[in-house]
Design a protein around this ligand. Structure first.
Ligand SMILES: Cc1ncc(COP(=O)(O)OP(=O)(O)O)c(N)n1
Ligand SMILES: Cc1nc(C(=O)O)sc1CCOP(=O)(O)O
Ligand SMILES: [Mg+2]
Length: 208
């Protein structure tokens, strides 16, 4: 799958009681990747929800990515996103196989992105680019980092952190292949609004 477009990420608090309709709306709106990001320790619920999300993603031609949990990703045969303290990308690659989509958080450091590429990552994520409701304390990044990545990082670059419909065009113009979004997509009053936002994000990647 070409890693370009909207990367939707779930948030358990924000989507409580509306996970499935809001995710389906994001997928209808063209999200290419969906990350299941759930920080709870309720293994049974996590497995149940992730299975349903995998089915939804299959229906809409998107790929499911599990945050943090390589075992769950392996069990479901889906992708994985790892942060700097979530375990080794190369071990995850060995576990999940060559075809799996595996991403790594690289904050604002090209060196981390180069290391992630060597370890077999499918994409690297830089951020946070803007003020984030979800993760206000994440290290900050700016678009100069995207410029500096050109010719140095030969993987799709995901931009994350406070991304909205207003600020996403600058990230894409500076070379982001995907924008990863929680609040700017899912902090909406209705599933119809999520779908409208997802369409609008997706359209930024296919101008004209
Ligand atoms: C696409 C994407 N980029 C960055 C992150 C952040 O990962 P991490 O630093 O491990 O923080 P948590 O999300 O686990 O709190 C991400 N999840 N997805
Ligand atoms: C999960 C996460 N990781 C970040 C990083 O910079 O690595 S920023 C972030 C939160 C993204 O949510 P929102 O779109 O609501 O800002
Ligand atoms: Mg993590």
């Amino acid at each position: 799958m070409k890693l370009r477009g909207l990367y939707a990420i779930t948030d358990s608090q924000l989507l409580e009681g509306r996970l499935l309709p809001y995710v389906e709306a994001a997928l209808k709106g063209g999200a290419k990747l969906l990350q299941y990001r759930d920080k709870s320790t309720d293994e049974a619920r996590r497995l149940r929800e992730a299975e349903v999300l995998r089915e939804l993603c299959n229906r809409y031609g998107a790929a499911l990515i599990i945050n943090d949990d390589a075992e769950l990703a392996a069990r479901l045969g889906v992708g994985l996103h790892l942060g700097q303290s979530d375990g080794s990308l190369s071990v995850a690659r060995a576990l999940l196989g060559r075809q799996a989509i595996i991403g790594g958080t690289c904050h604002a450091q090209l060196e981390l992105a180069e290391a992630a590429a060597k370890e077999g990552a499918s994409y690297v994520a830089f951020g946070r680019f803007f003020n984030s409701n979800t993760k206000p304390g994440a290290p900050s990044a700016d678009v100069a980092l995207l410029d500096a990545s050109k010719g140095r990082i030969n993987l799709p670059i995901v931009a994350i952190g406070g991304v909205t419909l207003d600020n996403a065009p600058a990230l894409i113009a500076h070379g982001a292949s995907m924008v990863a979004v929680i609040h700017g997509l899912f902090a909406a009053d209705s599933a119809a609004d999520v779908e409208r936002r997802a369409h609008a994000f997706s359209a930024l990647f296919n101008p004209g």
